[in-house]
Write a protein of this length. Structure first.
Length: 189
């Protein structure tokens, strides 16, 4: 079958992956050193391991003849597009990333990027969250994006402060119980 009859496009249909969070206009892409390293490692793995192995499979499948009904070839081409899309996304995010080492935060009693904050809500439930970059947020693991409503409410507060969090469910008050930062790494020279 001719490529004219197969919906196969070389164009970037959607550079952003569904799970990618768009950054608001004019906002920097803050990220922790660990998050930056994780994204960089993923990009390196895609470039050096995943993509070459899929290219090898697609090449082998293409050498088998008719490509129109060749599952290995069709799936391989689809997987290559997914890998290439993810690589473009990671490259763009790493290019605009601004690494913030929260261990060097001088004002350690206030909440800023990279802080781990323990707070209680008006129901008395205690929560612990770490404020991280958009690309490394995992709310179920307690890592929230610095642009999230909770992080924005907590930012610049200190231990003992009560901050107001506006949610669709109403207004909540959060009492800051503890603020911690990672310890600075000693330079062993």
């Amino acid at each position: 079958m001719n490529k004219a009859f197969v919906k196969e496009s070389d164009a970037d249909e959607d550079d952003e992956l569904p799970e990618a969070v768009a950054l608001p206009a004019g906002v920097r892409n803050y990220i922790t050193p660990e998050g930056y390293a994780r994204l960089r490692d993923e990009l390196t793995h895609l470039m050096t391991v995943d993509r070459p192995s899929v290219v090898q499979i697609v090449s082998w499948a293409a050498s088998n003849g008719d490509r129109s009904e060749n599952g290995d070839y069709l799936y391989g081409k689809k997987r290559l597009r997914e890998i290439d899309r993810r690589m473009r996304f990671l490259t763009k995010r790493l290019d605009i990333a601004e690494v913030v080492d929260s261990a060097s935060q001088p004002n350690r009693d206030h909440v800023f990027f990279g802080a781990t904050v323990t707070y209680s809500d008006k129901e008395g439930e205690t929560h612990t969250v770490t404020i991280v970059g958009v690309d490394e947020a995992e709310p179920l693991q307690g890592k929230i994006s610095w642009i999230s409503p909770v992080a924005r409410a907590l930012t610049k507060a200190k231990i003992g402060d009560t901050v107001v969090l506006r949610t669709p469910a109403g207004i909540d008050e959060l009492d800051i119980l503890e603020v911690t930062y990672p310890e600075p790494v000693e330079d062993a020279r």
